[in-house]
Design a protein around this ligand. Structure first.
Ligand code: SF4
Length: 360
């Protein structure tokens, strides 16, 4: 893997493929990279939804990266990812346009859920990571600049969570997400990150409310990139705990004042975006170690429902074996009302809550 540097490139425009090409031409990842290098392209395909939803990486960005490397003689390229808990990665590859992409460019699709794993250790924490990901010589991380219901932001650092098996994803949530995300990035660092903000949801990692920031970021320091991306969503880097922890353990630097920020055009900085509907939905939720799929589906459902101010619902592994009133997901099986599923779907959550409300 290449050393990280302090440069952060910012390109602005409406054509994601053109922006990705422009950023790659600036960063020149081929410098010093042997032609037989194993290259992995890691998009964000958290759910089986088109990129137009603002949830998943536009395949045009991945295509630009593959074309860039293939044009320079690189042949050993894979696309590697796993969808979130409860979602089938093969379905996500197909729906998100990556099966077609793989056929077009002759690259292999690797489903991390089916891959072997190897355990890596850091700071007293063990994490099982995809063997194929660990075997790469060059990892191109292609996240979105997206909101997340629990961590505020999901971008470069959190996108690496797609390279661990489902059992580890569950454990990450039980550990509160922030620390394991930071530690995972200490164990496996992307060589380069290109983060797309041209069609990304500022509130949900599962999309549904896409915004166009006309911005794409690129760099080799995931912490620096996330620190900048946090600002685009209206957060300070310190507001996102995993950025702070990652900096503390030496993954990178969140110090934007010390960074070399290179704007590739003179366009005005993009406006900050944040979802008010999301913040209102969160006020109805008590979450404890909730998996993203469960929490995300719950918030999606709540945003679509008209709820009284005192309506509260619990979600997360922290409620296992506990009693309560209304709970979302099998972890709340001991509650008076439990929406079954692991995770339950948005439709099931909406139907169940509507039924309870009618019965009141
Ligand atoms: S019920 Fe929800 S919070 Fe519990 S393990 Fe399943 S997905 Fe995670």
């Amino acid at each position: 893997m290449k050393d990280i540097d302090k440069r952060l490139f910012i390109a602005q425009g409406d054509d994601p493929a053109a922006l990705a090409r422009l950023l790659l031409q600036q960063l020149r990842p081929e410098q010093g990279l042997p032609k037989d290098a194993k290259i992995g392209i890691k998009p964000n395909l958290v759910v089986a939804k088109s990129w137009t939803s603002g949830a998943t990486t536009n395949p045009a960005v991945a295509a630009a990266a593959i074309e860039y490397f293939q044009a320079r003689g690189y042949r050993d390229i894979i696309i590697i990812e796993s969808a979130w808990l409860g979602e089938n990665t093969a379905r996500a590859f197909s729906v998100c346009g990556y099966s077609e992409l793989a056929r077009r460019y002759g690259v292999e699709l690797v489903d991390v859920k089916k891959d072997k794993t190897e355990t890596r250790k850091y700071g007293g924490m063990n994490i099982d990571i995809s063997s194929r990901a660990l075997g790469l010589d060059y990892l191109v991380n292609l996240p979105l600049i997206k909101g997340h219901c629990q961590t505020g932001l999901t971008c470069a650092l959190k996108n690496m969570k797609g390279l661990i098996p489902d059992r580890e994803k569950r454990r990450f949530h039980a550990m509160g997400l922030h620390k394991p995300i930071a530690y995972l990035n200490r164990m496996l660092k992307p060589s380069l990150t290109i983060a797309d903000g041209t069609c990304a949801d500022p509130g949900f990692e599962e999309g549904g409310n896409p915004k166009n920031l006309r911005t794409m970021l690129a760099g080799t320091d995931s912490v620096l990139l996330d620190a900048f991306a946090a600002g685009l969503l209206g957060y300070r880097p310190d507001d996102v705990e995993y950025i702070r922890i990652a900096e503390e353990i030496g993954v990178g630097s969140a110090d934007l004042s010390a960074a070399e920020i290179i704007r590739l055009d003179d366009a005005a900085p993009p406006e900050v975006m944040r979802s008010e509907a999301l913040e209102s939905a969160k006020a109805h939720v008590s979450a404890d170690q909730a998996c993203s799929a469960c929490y995300g589906n719950l918030l999606s459902a709540l945003m679509r429902l008209d709820l009284p101010a005192d309506f509260m619902i619990s979600v997360g592994q922290g409620f296992k074996g506990k009693a309560g009133d209304i709970g979302c997901g099998s972890c709340t099986a001991g509650f008076r009302h439990c929406i079954k599923g692991c995770p339950p779907s948005v439709d099931d959550i909406m139907a169940y809550i509507s039924q309870i409300r009618r019965a009141e």
